[in-house]
Design a protein around this ligand. Structure first.
Ligand code: RIB
Ligand code: CA
Length: 315
């Protein structure tokens, strides 16, 4: 397997930006083999994220992609959703049809474990762009199998950028901070695309138009997902500019040279009145802790968006 070929399990909560990440990965079959997609409750409830993942595989022309449902609630506490941003359908702006492929019988964690069991050491990369509940449950229930994972690529967390759910916390980590802590402690290489970097990847109306005109029916139908989410604080980024979060993880697999990273110790706050769900990065090494994550600090935002458009236009 070449160094830049990846076999991935994509764990997600589609979700508007998840949908773009799924399409981008499906369109990159020369570099990325999707062993399967696993779904988790997050932006919208599990039954909706799961329906959406299955719908997107069919829309993109890959109905045979295994899609396995995972956790409907966090490791601790009650589910948190972002329906106000993603709409009741989870894919606000896209006409969603009911998928026809049969629902897989095995759950997400069982699928992850079976895939890791059958694969070689370092064969599988887990890309997680929703709350980390499924990955945490895998680590808790199958620690020996997690040891075989090549890399965990996460969209989640925030440090310099501040939070998007509270001043301290980003949604995916806020929705299940205990899971994020378990994953941070799992011992595998973790690359974290937090808001610090996704806020550098800002789509504009010109990007929406380019994607709509770039390819066929799929690009045209998914282009509205590049528009600002309803209720988003667009004024922070400039008029009509929208941060594109989850696709950064796929762009990292395809063209890591578009990003800069720093090895740092990262911890997740699970208490705190004001800091619940915060990812606490020790930039100055004051804790004496060893780095446990590769934190993505910079991106060539325009190049990431060009790559997204070029790939989805292939579908
Ligand atoms: O904070 C952004 C993240 O939360 C993205 O993954 C988005 O899909 C939501 O899950
Ligand atoms: Ca997501």
């Amino acid at each position: 397997m070449s160094t830049n070929h990846r076999r991935i399990i994509l764990d997600c909560d589609p979700g508007r930006d998840d949908a773009l990440a799924i399409a981008m990965a499906l369109a990159s079959s020369a570099e990325i083999e999707i062993a399967g997609i696993t779904t988790v409750a997050g932006n919208v409830p599990l039954e909706v994220t799961h329906r959406n993942a299955r719908f997107l595989c069919e829309l993109c022309g890959f109905p045979e992609t295994p899609v396995h449902a995972g956790a409907a609630r966090p490791v601790v506490g009650a589910p948190v959703t972002a329906t106000r941003h993603h709409g009741e359908s989870g894919l606000e702006g896209v006409e969603v049809t009911t998928p026809v492929a049969p629902v897989e019988s095995h759950g997400a964690v069982e699928f992850m474990a079976d895939t890791l069991q059958a694969g070689a050491n370092g064969e599988i990369t887990i890309v997680a762009v929703g709350p980390l509940t499924n990955v945490a449950l895998l680590a808790l229930e199958h620690p020996g199998l997690v040891a075989k994972v090549r890399e965990i690529v996460v969209m989640g967390g925030a440090s310099q950028a501040g939070g998007n759910v509270t001043p301290a916390a980003e949604f995916n980590v806020y929705a299940d901070p205990h899971a994020a802590g378990i994953v941070l402690d799992c011992g595998r290489p973790i690359t974290i695309h937090g808001l610090d970097v996704t806020h550098q990847v800002l789509a504009t109306p010109a990007h929406v138009e380019r994607l709509a005109d770039a390819g066929g029916e799929v690009a045209r139908r998914l282009a509205p997902l590049l528009r600002p989410a309803q209720g988003s604080r667009g004024e922070r980024f400039g008029p009509d500019r929208s941060p594109i979060h989850d696709p950064c993880t796929i762009a990292w697999l395809l063209r890591p040279e578009l990003f800069r990273t720093e090895e740092v110790p990262v911890a997740c706050e699970t208490d705190g009145t004001y800091t619940h769900g915060a990812t606490v990065v020790d930039w100055w090494g004051v804790t004496g802790e060893e780095p446990n994550a590769r934190w993505v600090t910079e991106a060539d935002g325009e190049a990431v968006l060009d790559l997204l458009i070029e790939r989805i236009a292939r579908l």
